[in-house]
Structures are given as C-alpha cells and as structure tokens.
Write a protein of this length. Structure first.
Length: 402
C-alpha cells in the first residue's frame, strides 16, 4: 500500500495576560526607600494570568520622575501560565522626590509582542523629630560658650538622606551654625552641639532659637524656647581716700559697691589688684598679710543695696603725680548658677605731688624779653633765706664797729 504524511494546522485556543508589580529590595528581604537614595534594588514581579506559557519575557525602562534606572532593560525568561517570575534592577531616587505612590511605565516584551503597562512604586517618608537643651540648663547674661545640644531621631519608615541641621539664634553663635549628618537611619539618634554666647547686656526673659533640618525630599523646623534669668550687676559708685603722695604707706581707701541688677549677689568677694605704683599695704612685721591683704569678703548684696570695702594701700616712693588705674575683681554666686560669676572693674586714684616736689616744680613766672621763666618756690625760699642771712650778718658787723 501507499503511505503518505500530511501536515495539518491545529489551532491552540489560549491567551496571555500579565500584571507587573514591584517591591523595593528583594522578595526575601524587602526594604523601604526614600528620596535621595542611590543604587537601591527594585524588583519587578511579572505574573502570567493567561493559560499559556510566556517565553523570552523581558522588561525595558525609561527613566522619569521620581526614579532613574541604571540599566535600560531586564531579562526574565519563561513565565509559566498561572505563575510569576521576576527581575531586579538598580535605580536612583530623585533627591526632590516627595513621599507617595507613583505609577511608572514599563514595556513588557514576550513572544513577538510588546505592551506598555504601569507598575506601582511607593516613596516612603522619614519622620524627623528634634529636641534640644542647654548646658548649663539655667542661663544668665554674661554666660559664654553655652552648649546647645540637639538630639535628632528619624521615627519614619525609611532612611533620611543628605541630612543637614542648622541653627539660627538671637545670640551670637560661636561654633559653626550648620552640621551635615548625611544619612539618618530609622530609630538611631544623632547628637550635635552648637555654642552660643549670652552677652552681658542681655535682658532677662524668654528667647527662641530655631533649628532647621533639611533632607532629600523634605524639611523640618523646630523652635526651642530658652530663658535668660536675672543677674546681679555690681558697680563701683564711689571711691574715697585722703590725699596720696609718692611714698605714702598704710593709707586707707574705701570703695562703695552697689548692686544695680535684679538678683541677689551671694557670698561676694572683692579682690584688689595692683599696678607698678600702687598696691595693697603689707606690714614688714607680718609678711603673711600678703596672702589676704587684697581680698575682702562682703557677704550677700541684694538688689539696690550698697556696701563699702576698705583697703590699706601704699604708693611707690618713685611715683610721679597723676591718675592711676587700679583693677578690682568681684566674685559671687547666684541661685541656679552652676559656677561663680566674675566681674572685673577699674577705678582711678590720684597721686598728688609731695610738698618738696611742689616746692621744686611750682613757683612764680617772670617774663624777660618776651619769654616766660618759672622760678620755683624752693629757689625763692633759698633766695629769701640768703637775703635774710645777709641782712643779719650786716647788722651784726655794724654793731661790732660801734
């Protein structure tokens, strides 16, 4: 018999249908991603909802806000009917991407077909909080290098990238006013410190310092209220002494101190300084006086009250007449202050010419040929004495002749 092979076309009635979803990271280790992150893995999951196997499946990508792809395509291979397969690619998230849900276009290739679909991605948001305090906790006018310590925590569901923290203040900032933290992971506190000065002229009251935290995709501001407490203000309102001449010793001088501030200065101590002409008196019979001669304890000085301090001083024998400045240091404590307050003041003392010096340097002025000449009182006295002696001697001689 005759044998014949015949090829027949048999139609396969099937269909293909796909869904594309995404997950940050991998299927086994998903992560959350926020603005500004780079080279982060994004996994595309392709599900075959049809009833035929899909062969040579791949995806192609076009970069657009809020992500950019580091590669243009990703190969998946076979996606059996009713099952899924996936590919992972790296992407960069725009620094200005705001948190939210986005739908990005991807092109699906299979068999000889390509179709565009949209995949959902989620950009997560950091949740930044900041708290701050000062060291010392109680501030007064005249406090310098006050530490303002800030604690920044990200309570959000994703990393905060390119984090910077800046401070604005009504007081001078003596450290840098901005710090760069970089990446701030979830739940990990970051500490930074600024330094400010509280000028001595600052009025007591409440003040606000303002923190600004910037990160990719967002900004957070936080005002912190601080209080500047009243401070005692001690001033020299009077200096009293008798006439001082060069070489004077053990001369009392009284200084009046007044508290013109709004708080009580407690346990006040005054320390008198010296210069190369005037210094505290120390008896030669008791040289140990030098240890305490310049220090006087004044006790407490409430607001508006005055106290007197008396020191014994001596003047160098070679001192010229004129005004001399003496320093005095006032040290006290205040309620709430962690360390003593120190205030440095100055006052003037006049050294007068000695009587002998006055006889030499002062006198009468006569004019000869249009030029003035000063004849000292000492010269006048000597001249008068010589004249008197001449008259006396002449009188004695005339008596002897008689």
């Amino acid at each position: 018999g005759v044998k014949q092979t015949v090829n027949m076309t048999i139609p396969i009635n099937g269909y293909t249908n796909f869904s594309v979803s995404t997950v940050w990271g991998s299927l086994s280790s998903p992560i959350t991603v926020s603005a500004g992150e780079t080279q982060v893995p994004l996994t595309f999951i392709v599900r075959n909802l049809g009833d035929v196997n899909a062969l040579n499946v791949s995806l192609s990508f076009n970069s657009e806000y809020p992500i950019s792809f580091t590669q243009k395509s990703g190969y998946i291979g076979i996606v059996p009917a009713g099952e899924y397969n996936y590919v992972t690619v790296n992407v960069n998230v725009y620094p200005n991407a705001t948190p939210g849900i986005y739908y990005i276009p991807v092109t699906l290739h299979y068999f000889q077909t390509k179709e565009t679909t949209y995949a959902e991605i989620v950009i997560y948001s950091p949740n930044i909080t900041l708290n701050a305090f000062t060291i010392p906790p109680q501030l007064f006018p005249g406090y310098y290098d006050v530490e303002v310590k800030a604690i920044i925590i990200n309570y959000g569901s994703s990393l905060a990238n390119n984090v910077t923290v800046s401070l604005s203040s009504p007081f001078p900032i003596v450290s840098q006013n901005q710090f760069t933290l970089g990446a701030l992971p979830q739940g990990v506190p970051s500490n930074i410190s600024f330094l400010i000065n509280i000028p001595n002229t600052t009025s007591p009251g409440y003040y606000y310092i303002n923190f600004t935290v910037k990160y990719d995709g967002g900004k957070y501001t936080k005002p912190i209220k601080i209080e500047v407490y009243p401070k005692a203000n001690l001033q020299i309102v009077g200096v009293y002494y008798t006439s001082l001449n060069s070489g004077a010793s053990n001369v009392p001088i009284t200084i009046t101190i007044k508290n013109v501030g709004n708080a009580t200065a407690k346990n006040v101590k005054a320390i008198l300084g010296s210069n190369n002409v005037i210094y505290p008196y120390v008896s030669s019979s008791n040289p140990l006086m030098a240890l305490t001669a310049s220090e006087v304890f004044l006790g407490d000085i409430p607001p508006g009250e005055e106290v007197n301090i008396t020191y014994d001083i001596e003047v160098s024998s070679g001192a010229s007449s004129g005004n001399y400045t003496l320093p005095i240091t006032l040290i006290w404590n205040q309620t709430g202050g962690l360390f003593p307050f120190v205030q440095n003041d100055k006052f003037s003392i006049q050294v007068s010419p000695s009587p002998f010096s006055s006889l030499v340097t002062q006198g009468i002025t006569v004019e000869i040929n249009g030029k003035g000449y000063t004849i000292s009182w000492l010269a006048v006295i000597v001249f008068v004495i010589i004249i008197v002696l001449i008259v006396v001697i002449a009188g004695l001689r005339s008596r002897r002749r008689k």
